[in-house]
Design a protein around this ligand. Sequence first.
Ligand code: 5GP
Ligand code: ZN
Length: 114
Amino acid sequence: MEGCIFCKIANREIPAKLVFEDEQIIAFEDINPQAPIHILLIPKEHFASLKEIPEEKKELLSLLLLKARQIAHDKGMAEKGYRIVLNTGKDSGQEVFHIHFHLIGGRRMNWPPG
Ligand code: 5GP
Ligand code: ZN
């Protein structure tokens, strides 16, 4: 997708601190971390948000979620816990319109979120 910053990260056109990559997904550190651990997981294929994910791509969503869990465990967050966030649309605060899960942890989270 032309001009999409996360497509550019997926295509290695702009740098990011990669945490994981396979054929379908890529995980990298957030440039402006909100906690000691803040990782973004995206599909390499461009979808603007959850709203645009077609039914037949449901497996991609579980891959992203399970990979977030694996990274959380690898980073030592399994016991204390962590948060996975999927902002969807303007009111959620979504700023980058290429679907991404935030994996956030390493500190106590507040609820409700702002
Ligand atoms: P959103 O508000 O769309 O859910 O979250 C977008 C996230 O992407 C933010 O946490 C922001 O810090 C992160 N971000 C924006 N631009 C870049 C970038 O160029 N590189 C990286 N690694 N993260 C980015
Ligand atoms: Zn994109």
